[in-house]
Design a protein around this ligand. Structure first.
Ligand code: SAM
Length: 275
């Protein structure tokens, strides 16, 4: 594998940096681009006019999709504001498998008074071809002891599904990372590892490569490392690049999955882009 771009996060514009990655080399694109809701990432990327934002989105999609292998997949985090337009862009080129709702478990306090309070992010799951990689067993959710006990009658004995757990549904209820959360880094829109790791385990084979053009605090890179996959990607903001570097260098308290031989041999490194 080309060590020049694998297990690296480059401090550069994703649009230029994508040229580093050979076409057809990526197993999974997993990304959480700016939502254009006015957040300050230090680069104006979330504060564009609607027209510019959608044109820019089309540009990075055009640059990223050729990097995917034929059996590759893409997950994209969005909100209801621009998900409709961006899903239409992706549906021109890929098959949409799911719209996943991330329920951020926002407490019932305050919120909008002239509309319903929005408490979810919208995630699109897309594939290139019918024979896409998908490892359901890697992400099954174990039944709790009570359910197993309730199904202890003889007709259920030996039922495989009871042992292997159930298929995650398309509403994922996982708490957002509040300020005191031990996983929390100094990034305004950091995503929980629990969600990203599920996507990586289901849709990237062990030893494969995950591309995230918009790394933020590096959650995708860390999830790939913890699950025995490789990563590559970009982040414009130098302070966030420092966060990525320290998250990747920190000792692992409890690996989410068994580390696979051969993955992540290169030392994690944030490199300033030259492109
Ligand atoms: C929504 S955040 C990603 C958060 C990330 N998923 C996490 O868990 O920390 C989007 C990131 O994209 C970065 N960004 C915006 N435009 C970029 C560009 N053209 N190239 C590289 N990074 C960019 C922003 O600085 C921001 O940190």
């Amino acid at each position: 594998m080309n060590a020049g771009w694998v297990n690296r996060v480059f401090r550069e514009d994703a649009l230029a940096g994508m040229a580093r990655i050979p076409d057809g080399s990526i197993d999974l694109i997993l990304t959480d681009p700016p939502y254009n809701l006015g957040k300050d990432y230090g680069n104006g990327s979330d504060q564009q006019s609607v027209e510019d934002y959608l044109a820019w989105t089309q540009q990075w999609i055009d640059a990223a999709l050729p990097k995917l292998k034929d059996n590759g997949s893409l997950y994209i985090f969005l909100t209801w504001r621009f998900a409709p337009e961006i899903f239409v862009m992706l549906k021109q080129r890929m098959t949409m498998m799911n719209e996943i709702i991330w329920d951020r478990r926002v407490p019932s306090m305050g919120g909008s008074t002239r509309s319903y309070s929005s408490v979810h992010d919208t995630i699109g799951f897309f594939v290139k071809r019918k024979d896409y990689y998908f490892d359901l067993d890697a992400v099954r959710i174990p039944y709790d002891a009570e359910t197993k006990k309730a199904r202890s009658r003889s007709i259920f004995v030996g039922a495989k599904w009871l042992e292997v757990g159930y298929n995650p549904k398309d509403v994922w209820s996982v708490s957002r990372l509040h300020r005191e959360h031990p996983e929390r880094a100094d990034h305004p829109t950091q995503k929980p590892l629990e969600i990203i790791e599920r996507m990586v385990k289901a849709s990237c084979p062990p030893g494969g490569v995950v591309l995230d053009p918009f790394m933020g605090s590096g959650t995708t890179a860390l999830a790939a490392k913890r699950t025995g996959r490789n990563y590559t990607g970009f982040e414009l903001n130098p302070a966030y690049c420092d966060i990525i570097e320290s998250r990747l260098a920190a000792p692992e308290p409890a690996p989410a999955a068994k580390k696979r031989k051969g993955a992540n041999k290169a030392a994690p490194k944030i490199e300033e882009g030259t492109a």
